[in-house]
Design a protein around this ligand. Structure first.
Ligand SMILES: *Cc1c(COP(=O)(O)O)cnc(C)c1O
Length: 456
């Protein structure tokens, strides 16, 4: 049997539709509420920030939503993405498990993020929007939107969390290469930023703060919209191309996943790989054991509260019901910057409440152990975020060995780590620490959750 086993679909098999989980939910997710009135938001409330096409996708219950041809045309540059069977890793783990991974690192930006950046830029362009403003943590979302903006002739401004801005000059350079303007957040360019800086001039920033800054600018200007790289329903929708392709590829492999593993920051790559399979299950298909892996230093699914909260620090965004650590929670620094968000996608949170997924939290050292083991067996260096999924998949494979059962494990390798080699240098130098979040700070952030009377 060959060691290299790759399942690739012809480009004619790039999905023509995204899959919308909202069509198959046994119970709809709770309504999104207006931050001022606490009443359900209508399309008009979101219109200052997003084009109508995306707002309609946000609330759609149609099962299939057509992917516009210009978007499929851009997808064609790197999609379909390969699905590999990790035979060398299986052998090294001496596991009877069959391990498969879907590799999203082949996109120009190196992760799954362009799957949504491209349609978001497309719909904004169609709506006549000249400029998009966004936030970025580690820089993966910022560089993906910068890439998409350059394709559709849209100006892009990115608020990059200060610590990452200082630590990751290469991601910043990539954004600038694509023509975007990258600003360290908190910044002096917005009221939200200035308020934070007045309290603490050397504030390291957070995704919540950067979101406030981007939303503030987008809300003020008619020709400028906001774009979010995760969390929202339409973002998760766009990512389902991953799982739809994986379903066809698993069929080529003549197999079906018993276990699906993904890492969760805001939940989008996890949703991308898992939702099409969960949807099939909800429509009477095979049951899948779906596992979300999150960082122990920012554990929204395993330690957060399921409650209405703001998406940002300055409380400019609508209220969504989600697993949250509180919008003022600042996680300790760790290398998977893309996983440092206080909340979780409402749809992923809802699935956890419905018992359709389970979650586990890992510290970063164990994740890097797994990432290095994976790289030495399979040749691909995962992003620090993706190392969480690798850890989860390896632990499931070890469990198969211990229980003497052969399960099929599918995980999403959501991005490569070529821009994150400093994290690997730190790991090899023994400098990675498994930081605990501050319990009292978490308690304080949770105590500050808005009190919301849920609409009936
Ligand atoms: C942004 C990012 C994440 C986290 O975001 P999700 O919405 O949870 O997918 C994880 N991995 C990579 C490589 C990312 O770029």
């Amino acid at each position: 049997m060959n060691d290299t086993v790759k399942y690739l679909l012809d480009e004619s098999r790039i999905p023509k539709h995204w899959y919308n989980l909202q069509a198959d939910l046994p119970r709809p997710a709770p309504a999104v509420l207006h931050p001022g009135t606490h009443q359900p938001v209508g399309p008009g409330d979101l219109a200052p920030l997003f084009p109508m096409a995306l707002i309609l996708q946000e609330v759609s219950t149609e099962r299939e939503i057509e992917i516009p041809e210009p978007v499929r045309d851009v997808y064609r540059q790197w999609r379909t993405t390969p699905l590999y069977r990790a035979r060398r890793l299986e052998r090294e783990l001496q596991t009877p498990a069959r391990i498969y991974y879907k590799y999203e690192g082949v996109s120009p930006a190196g992760s799954h993020k362009p799957n949504t950046a491209v349609p978001q830029a497309f719909y904004n362009k169609e709506a006549g929007v000249a400029k998009l403003v966004t936030e970025t943590g580690a820089g993966q979302w910022g560089s993906s939107l910068a890439f998409a903006g350059s394709l559709f002739g849209i100006e892009v401004q990115v608020f990059m969390v200060r610590v990452s801005y200082d630590q990751k000059p290469y991601r910043r350079a990539l954004m600038e290469t694509y023509g975007a303007r990258c600003v360290a957040s908190p910044s002096n360019e917005t009221q939200s930023g200035r308020a934070i800086l007045a309290q603490r001039a050397d504030h390291p920033g957070s995704l919540g703060i950067a979101i406030s800054e981007a939303v503030e600018i987008a809300a003020q200007r008619d020709d400028t919209n906001y774009a979010l790289g995760s969390v929202l329903n339409h973002v998760l929708l766009h990512q389902t191309v991953i799982g739809i392709e994986a379903m066809a590829q698993m069929e080529m492999a003549d197999d079906y996943p018993d276990v699906i593993v993904g890492c969760t920051g805001g939940g989008s790559n996890f949703a991308g790989i898992a939702f099409p399979f969960i949807g099939a299950q909800l429509r009477g298909g095979r049951k899948v054991d779906v596992l979300a892996i999150e960082p122990a230093a920012c554990p929204s699914l395993t330690r957060g509260k399921y409650a209405y909260d703001f998406g940002d620090t300055a409380h400019l965004t609508p209220l969504t019901k989600m697993h949250t650590l509180g919008s003022t929670f600042t996680p300790p620094g760790f290398h998977a910057g893309g996983l440092r968000y206080h909340g979780m996608a409402p749809l992923v949170s809802h699935l956890q409440e419905l018992g359709l997924i389970r979650a586990r939290a890992y510290h970063q050292t164990k994740c890097f152990d797994a990432g290095v083991q994976f790289a030495r067996a399979e040749g691909i260096v995962p992003a620090p975020e993706a190392n969480h999924a690798v850890r989860g998949a390896i632990d499931e494979a070890i469990r198969c060995r211990e229980e003497g059962v052969s399960r099929s494990i599918l995980f999403n390798l959501c991005g490569h780590g070529h821009f994150d080699m400093q994290a690997y240098i730190d790991y090899f130098g023994g400098k990675l620490q498994d930081l605990e979040y501050d319990e009292s700070e978490l308690a304080m952030a949770l105590a500050g959750l808005p009190s919301v009377a849920e609409p009936a």
